[in-house]
Design a binder for this molecule. Structure first.
Ligand SMILES: [Zn+2]
Ligand SMILES: [Zn+2]
Length: 97
């Protein structure tokens, strides 16, 4: 079994995610949906985990996206660390916490 963290990291480095993420940020004019600041991160409202990382209805569904700035993203995740023990770097990539 590949580790969940590795699967998530693979997804966040994929071309399809990079495209979906940029398209969404452009659609939102890079405005943070929480504070109106500069959004650089697309957050998944339903957090990606080992069970749904291969489900495009979760990972690539704009209904599940939220454009946020770094500060708000950290708040959404509680100091930048998810329940799964995974953190996000400045580009919204998953990094081991
Ligand atoms: Zn914000
Ligand atoms: Zn997030």
């Amino acid at each position: 079994m590949p580790s969940p963290v590795r699967e998530q990291a693979r997804f966040y480095h994929s071309k399809r995610w990079e495209r979906a993420r940029l398209a969404y940020l452009e659609e939102r004019h890079f405005v943070c949906e929480l504070c109106g600041g500069l959004a650089t991160i697309v957050h998944h409202k339903v957090h990606i985990d080992a069970d749904n990382v291969s489900d495009p209805m979760v990972t690539l569904n704009p209904d599940n996206f939220m454009a946020v700035c770094q500060a708000c993203h950290a708040k959404v995740h509680g100091d930048g660390v998810t329940a799964e023990g995974v953190a996000f770097d400045a580009d919204g990539n998953v990094v081991p916490a």
